[in-house]
Design a protein around this ligand. Structure first.
Ligand code: BGC
Length: 446
């Protein structure tokens, strides 16, 4: 059986983070407010009233964090750019101090031999754009394209590959359909124009990045979907969920068409949001790599609530993370093989742009994380042996950080952060990951 040491030569090892989850300094350096500043201030929105105002104070402590990355021996670092740091009101004048921060970050990474992999949008929309409708407004896609151009023109000489969006599924569903994430809208299926406008933003930005000779990826949260039983009702529900979670965000980009949304009871033009020519704008630029964020599979049953096309149910008899998510490493292999079956030659090279788990703070050493990472990397190596082109793996996350609606409660870091003192302490999983990277390199040098 192939294992993680058999991942290919040149495989890229990394870690991933996101701006609002680590930077802090929300009112410094000319940064404008984002939807997450507004949402975190809403009573009851975030567990224990936490906010990302300080987070890991990475804005000031990035040299220390890059030193930690260097010691890990990373090839790459996936971070996100805070749009409101660069364009405080989402469009219009560029904030020189904001751009200069990412300039310094990129230079420090390169000095450390680490390739920067920026994500342009990881959910922190400038509040000024939300006030004009946010992702429900088509204009936001065009503002995103302008912002992408600003970033590419400033950093494109040093940053070869870019991720446009992080998980448009999660942002649409949690942010606009359920309202459990910023901007806190609870529109149910009428949130779907936000999905289309994000995909349009991706397509417009992808063309502009390609014109500048840069590579483009999109990071989708993908989940293998299984029906709770073989009954036709459960299977139909599973197909509907697969359409919403996976196909809606991948088919237009890879195949140039939306899946059949009638399974969700939604009109094919997503409430009038899809204009003639849009699909081409989304599909034509192509993708140089598909970023996959994988955490767990999803089990689906026929709905008990007639207003919904499915019910999500737990997967029993498997371990669960501190967050309560089922741990099924082989589902990552199955997901990749399924994508190859579905998309064939249209599937570009894959990079795992997030994978990891939260572990209780009191568990030291954090053996559940080591077991999680080891098993998922073994599953990945098996997928590679079965013909999938996987280029790299970015663990979520370098640091314990602001875990959205959970505040500071779910700890995903290889490095422990004491949020009172900002002291960083590498965990056992940090040493394990460092040793794995070194051993993998040695294995391939021999
Ligand atoms: C997101 C991260 C988040 C992680 C764990 C992903 O959906 O991209 O920002 O912290 O999952 O919940």
């Amino acid at each position: 059986m192939p294992d993680r040491f058999d991942l290919p030569t040149g495989f890229r090892w990394g870690v991933a983070t996101a701006a609002y989850q680590i930077e802090g300094a929300v009112a410094e350096g000319g940064r404008g407010p984002s939807v997450w500043d507004t949402f975190s201030a809403r009573p009851g929105a975030i567990r224990d009233g936490h906010t990302g105002a300080l987070a890991c104070d990475h804005y000031h402590r990035y040299p220390e964090d890059i030193a930690l990355m260097k010691d890990l021996g990373l090839d790459g670092y996936r971070f996100s750019v805070a749009w409101p740091r660069v364009l405080p009101t989402g469009s219009g004048p560029v904030n020189a101090a904001g751009l200069a921060f990412y300039d310094r970050l990129v230079d420090a990474l390169l000095e450390g031999g680490i390739t920067p992999l920026p994500t342009l949008f990881h959910w922190d929309l400038p509040q000024a754009l939300e006030d004009r409708g946010g992702w429900l407004d088509r204009d936001t896609a065009y503002r995103f394209a302008e912002y992408a151009t600003v970033m590419a023109d400033r950093l494109g000489d040093r940053v070869p590959a870019w991720i446009t969006l992080n998980e448009p599924f999660v942002h649409t569903v949690f942010g606009y359909a359920l309202g459990t994430h910023a901007p806190g809208r609870a529109l149910m299926f009428e949130a779907l124009p936000a999905a289309h406008h994000q995909l349009l933003a991706h397509g417009l930005a992808a063309s502009l990045l390609h014109e500048r000779g840069l590579e483009v990826m999109l990071s989708n949260n993908l989940t293998p979907v299984e029906a709770a039983s073989s009954s036709p009702a459960d299977r139909a529900a599973a197909a509907a969920y697969d359409t919403l979670h996976n196909r809606l965000f991948t088919d237009p980009v890879l195949l140039g068409r939306y899946p059949d949304l009638s399974v969700l009871g939604v009109p094919g033009d997503i409430y009038g949001a899809v204009h003639p020519g849009d699909i081409d704008l989304i599909h034509a630029p192509g993708l140089d790599g598909l970023g996959i964020n994988y955490y767990n599979p999803t089990r689906v049953a026929a709905p008990t609530d007639p207003a919904l096309p499915f019910d999500l149910v737990d997967i029993p008899d498997v371990p669960h993370t501190a967050f309560g998510w089922p741990v099924v490493p082989d589902a990552l292999r199955k997901l990749l093989l399924h994508l190859k079956d579905e998309y064939g030659a249209a599937l570009p090279a894959v990079t795992i742009t997030e994978n990891g788990c939260s572990v209780e703070e009191s568990i030291d050493p954090d053996q559940p994380r080591i077991d999680f990472l080891a098993a998922h990397l073994d599953a990945l190596a098996q997928a590679v042996a079965e013909g999938i082109d996987v280029r790299g793996y970015y663990t979520w996350s370098l640091l314990d950080n602001f875990e959205w609606a959970e505040g500071y409660h779910q700890r995903f870091g290889l490095v422990h952060v004491d949020f009172e003192t900002q002291k960083r302490t590498p965990k056992a999983s940090y040493a394990w990951y460092r040793d794995l990277i070194a051993a993998h390199r040695l294995h391939h040098a021999e």
